[in-house]
Design a protein around this ligand. Structure first.
Ligand code: AMP
Length: 538
């Protein structure tokens, strides 16, 4: 039977064309790498994206080439997102915080033909350049610059290239299953693995991720993606922003609390998105400056768990709703978002807070299940722990250039997280499977210990690790950072765990440090802590 309906491919060009046509005047504010602020709009972003596609063709970059970016969140990066993908090529965002050897590996593995870079990363590109086997063009994201030219003599300048290009270039008609962007996961062991998204998965993620019970970004919002554009496409926010035509503030390199307060207050940001470490900095800066960030209504918190104290501080002192989200590179990344159900609205405050602290429920397009080590499904009763598996409209099926499927025999992706799910579908991540602490055969959740420690008023950051133990095999040790000027002793913090957790789950020791080691995406590097303190109890 033949349907009556048009068949239009789901393409990234359709997102930016919509933004330019219906929201052309809406501002895109961009903090440049030198700290100056440039104001563009969706219409100009689109015409520059078109020019960029034309430039890449005239530079004889292959029609399906991977083009790497090493860049902050700024307007040129946004143009590259759209211009590279709409032209049929693949936008490969590189996390500059990875080890140089990892960056070398992934550029060669992806066979990138172009590297776009911001000024900050000139030394990095210069140091790696001779080892990058497939790169034909290094394009500096700015005007002509003598310093950059001296460091990288063959460099081309983005602004010069675009100045001589015409914006009447017509994007090719693409199949929606054409690859569009590439992100590598920063695994703590082995080589990073690439996830190659398509136009179709990106558009579906933009629609599914932005439902009223999803990110719920609208044309009335001013959105500040603090989450880097080099980390899982800034959680898809650039594409969603184009689809809805919201105002956008791209923060550039300054991600410290003071800079963020200035941007939020200066441009009336209503929604900001980022990892908890960013919000620790923002909350400290708010306390210092006295700003109440009156425009800010919501923060989306993901990447690692939202601490109770953070939700309370935002809510009680700034009337900001913290929306907890879970996802991963392999899920584009949005998987679950914490929005309440009708029945939750009547709950007493403490119970309501309990609901809102979890990672939320799956978006339309994502399915979750829990299994035990034998692959047998575990009850979704809010208590039974299991390995979290997922499948859906924007979930990986095979890593880039891998020879095998990344899925179980029956088609599910194992996230490596240990979780519970309740009978409304609300997910709570209990741990990464490799971070769980096994004491005398019983599991202790490091996340639970960290949440308790973080709720102590003197504690700024906390990580729980498994330390080797003669009798129990492993026992929990807390590594914590105190707030500035806070005084807190080990015995006081240990006592704080009383009655909050079973006594055998209490940590054996507390180690005070000045800072926790963070990985490329702002997450605590537990492997490093285990190497350093894993024998503390022997
Ligand atoms: P990545 O692919 O780098 O984004 O890392 C994905 C992993 O981060 C997930 O598998 C989780 O272990 C962790 N993660 C992401 N969001 C959360 C969250 N809201 N709470 C706890 N862990 C999270």
């Amino acid at each position: 039977m033949q349907s009556s309906m048009m068949s239009m491919p789901l393409t990234i060009s359709s997102l930016i064309e919509h933004a330019a046509r219906y929201h052309g005047e809406t501002e895109v504010i961009s903090v440049e790498t030198d700290g100056t602020v440039a104001t563009s709009n969706w219409s100009r972003i689109e015409s520059d994206a078109r020019k960029l596609s034309a430039v890449l063709s005239s530079l004889h970059v292959s029609s399906d080439a991977c083009c790497a970016t090493v860049a902050w969140n700024n307007k040129r990066h946004l143009q590259i997102y759209f211009g590279v993908a709409a032209g049929g090529r693949v936008c490969h965002t590189i996390n500059p915080r990875l080890f140089p050897e990892q960056i070398e590996y992934i550029v060669n593995h992806a066979a990138d033909e172009v590297v776009f870079f911001d000024k900050t990363f000139t030394p990095l590109v210069r140091a790696l350049k001779d080892k990058l086997q497939t790169v034909k063009h290094y394009i500096f994201m700015g005007e002509s610059d003598d310093e950059v030219k001296t460091a990288i003599p063959e460099v081309l300048f983005y602004d010069e290239l675009l100045a001589s290009a015409s914006d009447d270039y017509i994007w090719p008609a693409l199949d929606e299953n054409t690859p569009s962007s590439l992100c590598y996961t920063s695994g703590t062991t082995g080589h990073p693995k690439g996830v190659l998204y398509t136009h179709r998965t990106t558009v579906l993620h933009s629609i599914g991720g932005n439902q009223p019970d999803g990110l719920a970004i609208s044309a009335k919002d001013t959105v500040l993606p603090v989450v880097p554009m080099f980390h899982v496409n800034a959680w898809g926010v650039p594409y969603i922003a184009a689809a809805v035509g919201c105002r956008m503030v791209l923060p550039g390199p300054g991600l410290d609390g003071d800079s963020l307060v200035r941007l939020i207050d200066g441009y009336g940001v209503s929604l900001a998105l980022g990892v908890p470490t960013i919000w620790i900095g923002l909350l400290a800066a708010l306390e210092k400056t006295g700003s109440k960030v009156p425009s800010l209504k919501r923060t989306v918190v993901g990447g690692s768990a939202l601490p109770t104290s953070m939700l309370q501080d935002f809510r009680d002192n700034y009337q900001v709703d913290s929306i907890h989200a879970w996802g991963m590179t392999e899920t584009s990344p949005l998987g679950t978002i914490n929005q309440p159900l009708f029945k939750h609205l009547e709950l007493p405050e403490a119970e309501y807070e309990h609901v809102r602290l979890g990672q939320g429920r799956p978006l339309y397009g994502i399915e979750l299940r829990l299994v035990d080590d034998d692959g047998v499904q575990v009850a979704e009763d809010g208590e039974s722990h299991g390995r979290l598996q997922t499948r859906g409209l924007w979930v990986v099926s095979q890593y880039y250039k891998a020879s095998e499927s990344a899925l179980s025999e029956d088609g599910w992706f194992d996230t490596g997280d240990v979780a519970t799910i309740d009978n409304d579908g609300y997910l709570i991540i209990r741990d990464r499977s490799k971070d769980m602490i096994k004491s005398g055969g019983e599991w202790i959740s490091s996340v639970e210990l960290e949440n308790i420690a973080m709720s102590h008023p003197s504690i700024a950051q906390a990580a729980a690790i498994a330390a080797a133990h003669k009798q129990w095999d492993e026992r929990p040790v807390m590594i914590v950072v105190r707030h500035e000027n806070a005084e807190l002793r080990e015995d006081e913090l240990l006592q704080f765990f009383d009655n909050k957790i079973a006594s055998w789950q209490k940590p054996d020791a507390v180690i005070f440090v000045d800072a926790l080691p963070l990985g490329g995406t702002g997450k605590v590097l537990k492997t490093r802590l285990r190497e350093q303190y894993g024998r503390h109890l022997l």
